[in-house]
Design a binder for this molecule. Sequence first.
Ligand code: EPU
Length: 468
Amino acid sequence: MDILKIEGKARLEGRVKAAGAKNAMTKLLVASLLSDKKCIFYNVPNIGDVEITVNLCKELGSKVEWDRERGIIEICTKELKTTYIPQRFSGANRIPILLIGALLGRTRQDIIIPTVGGDAIGKRPVDFHIEALQKFGAIVEYRDIRREGAYFAHAAEGLTGNYIHLPFPSVGATENTILAGVRAKGVTVIKNAATEPEIVELILFLQKLGAIISLDVDRTIRIEGIEQFNEVEHTVMTDRIEAASFGMAAIATQGKVFVEGAQHLHMISFLNKIRELGGGFNVKSDGIEFFYQAPLRGGVHIETDVHPGFMTDWQQPYAVLLTQGNGSSVIHETVYENRFGYTQTLKEMGADIELFKQCLGGKKCRYALRGYHHSIIVKGNTPLIGKKITIPDLRAGFAYVMAALVASGESIISGVSFLDRGYEKIVHKLQSLGANIKRIQTKPDTKPIKPILPTETINTDAKHRTLA
Ligand code: EPU
């Protein structure tokens, strides 16, 4: 179990390279399972979620070579060794559920996927995924097996394309549906699809792979099923969450950081909110420089939304930035119902933040009148004081690191494995920018290994059963 020791008040200055995008790379690895051809990825982030996804692919039969230093993965899945993901991957992250979309068109075997995990930021159901996959003619259901459940999926006759209208432009459900569409017979039309840059990245990769796929302006994705695939080389897009995180940390510490690789196109709504707050940025040809130029103003109103809106994954570090602005600001979270849990710790550090169940904003919001604390008012300017902190999820984790960098005194942060899932070499990068941060190993890392269900519970019964 590692901890971080941060002594606040150092200005971040220098240059840092943002890594390849976690939420693109993990999906591209899953998409490579559609094909029996070799795929080579460049700019691969060396993070926990890629590691988990590589292990999932290996479990299924992929041959993988990962050069972590050079950020290159070569993957080829000539054939599937199994279609059963063991329970030890249960709750690992959000990726296993996407395996269903990728595998259903490739096998007539039962696919068994343990319960999906991910950060504790709301209920995070997968009902849209399941309903969409069922529209292809697949049988997909959740079954309780003793202590832990699993998703069972099967398409005895293969998949047939269909018209699918998603109830909400969910990123994961769009990805799962696209993956199923690539090997389905005929045409698949996805309406109300998510159009995040990471989805476009998946579409670009699939087009190279051989897919006939288009994205229309009205959230419509159209896919014609194919059977022949190409070898692919693909350079993964920069992580726009990491890029924004470093930008915000630079401004919050009154510093100046050039974030190499930051893509202007993917950060338009973010940059507008930096400017509104009084933060500085210069877009250059190979990245974006972020800098403090004058006291931050506050008085900002943010409503998180699906793309092209302000990302829900930017709001946590942005809230820390708001604690340093002069005046009151509002954040209305419309994507997740429960993503302000992290504010309690910020309050204990000295932030003035109030939570509201009401929608503090005019955007259409699924959480209106449902009793969730999904809006906040942040009153600045408040000095923060270092403290002992436990990270509850990835993005709250970066917000805490940023708060500790701004705070006076020392902060001790545990739960570092959350950060490792999504931020490559975070300590090294922050040190190179002048942060007083150390990673200390308190005990040798012993990852909890989930018990594998007794073989008779799954293998002999469920694994070979036809889901009728
Ligand atoms: N939702 C449903 N039913 C579904 C699917 C989603 O109700 O079947 C709801 C969710 O509960 C949530 C909303 O729809 O309230 C949006 O969920 P979405 O499916 O879009 O999110 P996701 O695919 O699970 C990805 C990222 C998240 C990011 C969201 C939104 C990955 C692995 N995760 O999650 O990233 O916040 O899209 O952009 O791609 C992170 O990187 O820290 C992270 C949480």
